[in-house]
Design a protein around this ligand. Structure first.
Ligand code: FAD
Ligand code: SF4
Length: 517
């Protein structure tokens, strides 16, 4: 065998650089479902199906196109392949076949790259790592952009990307509509009656392959969190394209206005739920951005929505990837707020058993679909973990376990950096910390909750609000150097000493589990 093409579970594109010089007479593709990837964090069942079902579909497409594939399938029987890992399976293949070179596209996880590289080195086989050209910005380009820069704010990067890729800019490089950003139009809340007639998402008939994967996951990983019986994500490119088309035709127009809003019992609101398909490379970010631009040009969606959506893909998504690859492996160890190493997420982050209406509703969605939208991630679950004092890498482990779209390059900067402020202000210049009043403003959750968002002490006190004041109090000295925190700290200074004492006591009780919340 000349080239063994390693295709990872999130590299499911036929136009990948890994196949550039593919010669069916002497090259083979290698793919592996393995126990280690499914268990190194305690993976949600839905998440496992979200990786394994598209992998098996991709394998069959490769075979149909004439490529020979060495594929390791995890068996239903839990005892078999109990200790398999990328490293052990690849070693087995390299020992049993004469192989000149291993070819692989830049993976999405530092740990996986290291483990594959170490086997290739050990087996003394040539290694050819290729660029992942599906991203707008290569890692080298990002490194150049970041080089010597004092401030790494997204906005500068995003404008550079807009100009470079000619997205919503005129011939002079000026932004479409006159502004770079329409955030002020994108903070809409649902009125008293809540969202009206939110279009439902497409659902695909599950085929035999997907059914088999669901059966395997339910049997092999029965004790893992979450459910997968309602699995409904796209498993191949055709389905992913149908998903994109549905979003652009039915939900993009309201995406911007309601991108920060939350409402109980809802699922996806006007969000795209495309992260999974994009991250697995079933869709390219460029075609997603192009589809949004066409919708704008054809008057199907207004500029505030289209720009807001494109900012997420061309801005945030590329930015977090650059951050990850230019800062790993040190980034994974960051703990700027010096959280206790042993502080894990609370038990209701696995089973949703809590009286807090906002957390319970976000967890309901997460358990059923391995999804929560951005504001639930950042301003409900992430916020709670931050205020509670969860160690940032433990929060990332939990995130990697529970979300179908989690891959380390995108999870770590968002979870450890943006959400937990573990990087001390690289991703966001101030922590996303807020009290229950914020959640009350952006949702209807508090109306059905036994707690009162405005209260920090007493039996009815909202745990977010108690923990918020305690958080500011605990980190007062650290944040007083940060101008953007001045207003919030002023409010702490004004707090009565007795109330502050009661807050500290209640926060400690919440953390120690002395109060059931
Ligand atoms: P939409 O709201 O429809 O947004 C459109 C697309 O923009 C998304 O599909 C996604 O591709 C992209 N996007 C938006 N925000 C971001 C962002 N901050 N970083 C990268 N891409 C972005 N996204 C992941 O894909 N995987 C993760 O593991 C992940 N972890 C996160 C952890 C936390 C704590 C937070 C706050 C955010 C995280 N995000 C992650 C970003 C974002 O929340 C999800 O991409 C989004 O909620 C996915 O749902 P959607 O497809 O409906 O997104
Ligand atoms: Fe969440 Fe507090 Fe509102 Fe209850 S009162 S829903 S815990 S923010």
């Amino acid at each position: 065998i000349r080239n063994l093409i390693v295709v990872l579970g999130d590299q499911l594109n036929h136009d990948s650089s890994a196949f550039d010089d593919f010669d069916a007479s002497c090259d083979r593709v290698w793919m592996a479902e393995n126990q280690e990837e499914a268990t190194h964090v305690w993976c949600h069942k839905f998440r496992l199906v979200a990786f394994f079902a598209p992998m098996r579909h991709f394998r069959d497409e490769l075979k149909e196109s004439g490529k020979e594939v060495i594929y390791h399938e995890l068996p239903k029987d839990g005892r078999k392949a109990r200790t398999s890992s990328f490293a052990s399976l690849l070693r087995e293949t390299l020992e049993s076949h004469p192989i000149e070179r291993v070819v692989m596209v830049q993976p999405g996880d530092y740990r996986v790259e290291e483990s594959i590289r170490s086997v290739v080195d050990e087996q003394k086989v040539k290694f050819d790592k290729r660029d992942d050209r599906s991203f707008f910005c290569s890692i080298e380009q990002f490194a150049d952009w970041a080089d010597g820069r004092k401030s790494m704010v997204l906005e500068q990067f995003y404008r550079t990307m807009r100009k470079e890729h000619d997205v919503l800019v005129d011939a002079d490089g000026k932004p479409e509509g006159g502004d770079w950003n329409y955030d002020s139009e994108n903070r809409g809340k649902f009125g008293k009656g809540g969202p009206k007639d939110v279009p439902s998402l497409p659902s695909f008939r599950r085929d035999k392959i997907t059914e088999e994967v669901i059966e395997m996951v339910n049997s092999r990983f029965a004790d893992h969190p979450g459910k997968c019986d309602g699995f409904d994500l796209p498993v191949n490119r055709d389905q992913a394209l149908a998903y994109l088309d549905d979003f652009v035709s039915h939900r993009l127009s309201e995406f911007g206005t309601y991108q920060d809003a939350m409402w109980s019992e809802q699922k996806f609101l006007y969000h795209s739920r495309l992260s999974n398909a994009i991250n697995l490379h079933l869709l390219s970010p460029r075609e997603v951005v192009d589809a949004a631009i066409v919708a704008y040009k054809e008057d199907q969606a207004p500029l505030n929505s289209v720009e807001g959506f494109i900012r997420q893909i061309l801005g945030w998504r590329e930015y977090v990837r650059g951050m990850y690859w230019t800062r790993m492996p040190e980034y994974g160890e960051k703990n700027a707020l010096q959280c206790d190493e042993s502080q894990d997420v609370p038990s209701f982050f696995w089973d949703g058993e809590t009286k807090m209406a906002c957390v319970a509703d976000s967890m309901r969605l997460l358990i059923e679909t391995a999804y929560a939208h951005h504001i639930q991630r950042l301003m409900v679950l992430g916020l709670f973990a931050q205020l509670y004092g969860v160690h940032p890498s433990k929060f990332n482990d939990w995130h990697m376990a529970m979300y179908a779209d989690a891959i380390d390059w995108v999870s770590l900067p968002n979870a450890l950096g943006m959400s937990q402020h573990g990087d001390g202000g690289v991703m966001a210049t101030k922590p996303y910390c807020a009290s229950g009043n914020y959640i009350n403003r952006m949702s209807n959750y508090c109306k059905s909750c036994p707690y009162k968002p405005g209260e920090a002490t007493g039996e009815d006190a909202c745990p977010f609000t108690t923990l918020y004041w305690d958080f500011l109090d605990r980190h007062y000295d650290r944040f007083k150097k940060n101008n953007r925190m001045a207003m919030q700290l002023k409010h702490v200074e004004r707090k009565d000493k007795k109330e502050l004492h009661q807050i500290r006591v209640r926060a400690k009780q919440i953390r120690e589990g002395a109060i059931e919340i």
